[in-house]
Design a protein around this ligand. Structure first.
Ligand SMILES: C[S@@+](CC[C@H](N)C(=O)[O-])C[C@H]1O[C@@H](n2cnc3c(N)ncnc32)[C@H](O)[C@@H]1O
Length: 271
């Protein structure tokens, strides 16, 4: 009777987990959050890189206009963070992508434009309450009504509206309503979560998505360094406790961002 733990050439099928010595234990998060820190004056606008100025491409023109709009600062993804997200989508080529927290559609532009370039007919499902945007810290502008129509118009002029489906309302409720539909589409490959940043709200969004998140799929959180991004600690809590609060098993990576290091967390479901 062959030994099921050993391959035909006598090697073990399963490599034993490494015995990690005490001196290699993970260090605490505050010690990791060392770079980059804001030095000097807090910026008041995003600096749109000149190498992305190409008004012949509708989505790039629309993106430039969005970054020039004071509404987009500082809550939207920075151009550098957006490029990273765009690159991830271009490389991993999700079939079903979800965005929680559309706001003025900066992240929507970055993700949907990558899906368009992938050319595989994928859709970005966008969840937001599309409620009023009020003036706040570093935001000297407001939009008290009509945000959903405004976002649709931007996406239309960017040539991206046909790739996006908008779900106005409370995101965890709306996500749960769509679960069967996501399941029928083959599950979610990428979820970008940038909505409610409280612990309860962020966990509810994550739990609403997880039952339809494919193994190998990614969940990306914006704003993971509360000491840098106004104390929003929901995404931080999820990353710190992910394999305790989740049904699945996750690898995680934390990325620093510039010029404001609000941080981005990338989870990959591996079980
Ligand atoms: C930080 S902004 C997102 C920024 C956006 N990703 C960008 O790059 O422009 C957060 C958004 O989440 C929305 N939001 C917060 N809590 C929500 C909830 N419970 N349901 C739906 N939308 C919510 C807010 O209205 C806001 O539009």
């Amino acid at each position: 009777m062959p030994n099921p733990m050993v391959s035909p050439d006598g090697r073990p099928w399963v490599i034993a987990a490494p015995d990690v010595p005490e001196c290699k234990r993970a260090i605490a998060n505050p010690e990791l959050a060392h770079y980059p820190r804001l030095r000097g004056e807090h910026p008041r606008r995003w600096q749109y890189p000149s190498y992305l100025v190409n008004d012949a491409v509708p989505w790039l023109r629309s993106l430039r206009e969005l970054y020039e709009n004071p509404l987009a600062f500082p809550a939207s993804l920075s151009p550098e963070a957006g490029l990273m997200l765009h690159g991830l989508v271009r490389n991993m080529r999700p079939r079903v992508a979800v965005e929680v927290g559309t706001f003025v559609s900066v992240s929507t532009h970055w993700i949907a434009s990558a899906l368009k370039e992938n050319g595989e007919g994928a859709t970005l499902h966008c969840f937001d309450d599309f409620g009023p945007i009020k003036r706040g810290a570093w935001r000297d502008a407001e939009m008290l009504s009509g945000r959903e129509e405004w976002v649709k118009d931007r996406l239309d002029r960017a040539g991206l509206l046909s790739l996006c489906r908008l779900y106005p309302g409370n995101s965890p409720h709306k996500l749960r309503e769509q679960r069967d539909a996501f399941h029928a589409m083959g599950g979610v490959d990428l979820a970008f979560i940038d909505g409610d940043h409280g612990v309860y709200g962020a966990v509810q969004d994550f739990w609403a998505i997880e039952p339809v998140l494919n193994t190998g799929g990614y969940v990306v959180f914006h704003d993971i360094f509360p000491d840098q991004c106004g104390g929003h600690n929901g995404p931080r809590e999820i990353l710190d406790r992910i394999n305790e609060i989740s049904a699945g098993l996750y690898e995680k990576l934390e990325l620093y961002l510039s010029p404001l290091n609000y941080g981005m967390g990338v989870l990959r479901r591996v079980g």
